[in-house]
Design a protein around this ligand. Sequence first.
Ligand code: FMN
Length: 318
Amino acid sequence: MKLYDLDLARGLLLAPLSGYTSWPMRVLSRRFGAELCYTEMISAEGLLRNTRNTLSLLRRPLEDSPLVAQIFTPSPGYAAPAARIIEDQGFDGIDINMGCPVKKVVSKGAGAALMRDLPLARSVADAVVNAVRIPVSVKMRAGWDSGTINAVELAAALEKTGVHCLILHPRTRTAMYKGTPQWDLFTALRQSVSIPMVASGDIRTVPDLERLRTLGCDAFMVGRSAVGRPWVFRELSGGSGPSVGERRDIMLEHLDMLGVLYGRDKAAAFMKKFVSGYVRGLEGASIFRSHACAALSYEDLKGMIKTLPAGPVSVIKE
Ligand SMILES: Cc1cc2nc3c(=O)[nH]c(=O)nc-3n(C[C@H](O)[C@H](O)[C@H](O)COP(=O)(O)O)c2cc1C
């Protein structure tokens, strides 16, 4: 299938996860079968102000490709020049965040707050589509709350602006990340727009993909299930889970890459967010987790990871 002018065999994408999907997680996910990745959300305003933290989100090694940059802003006036910067930096596409539920973002009118103002949402998309030649997508939610489900209405408006594809996480802003997603929205969306439709939300297994395919979804975005489990993409492609030795080697590599990106001190703290996922289901996981969280330095954490056995040990549950 074609997405952002790219030929994708399976349509397996790594979701943008702020605070997680910097290039080390992206590079590892690609190795196991993620065909396309997204940056964490990037403030359009921050990009225009050249703030250090914002610019660091655009950094990536050569092998971290193809890559879509995601921006958030409530302003068409910021969106257009930010999109041009992204295009100049060689990204494969631009995604506009219309789904972020966090207070810091919605209080400024960005993220999911755009779903409360469809004319503004449409203007932001319009500004970006007209500013660049690379494909533009929008990632959205079901709506703001259960009384205002308007994803289908927004999708129809966005299609008219020339947006190339839509990514839907079918929960409302108020539901945040909990409760059952409203899967039937994919059917409704499929009936009202003809551009590609990407599913996001609770995707973990091959049957999940099959179910979403029957609802008309063209591609599948995996987020939380890939945190400390980059091999989820291999499993979703019909392949095997990892041995303990493989988990250990990937963890060591992940830590090394984080060291390159953030420096050793920050890398150890950052890696602790992934440890739980990496050891989930292994015998002794909870002891390992608590020891790893107490590790005082990069070297300590590395030494601890090296104590995981190289051969397969019993996996209690996955
Ligand atoms: C910690 C965290 C950070 C996230 N950051 C972003 C983000 O930067 N941009 C975005 O569009 N969605 C973001 N999301 C939403 C995910 O991309 C995804 O739509 C959602 O988590 C549902 O998919 P999942 O069940 O596969 O995680 C974030 C979610 C989480 C839990």
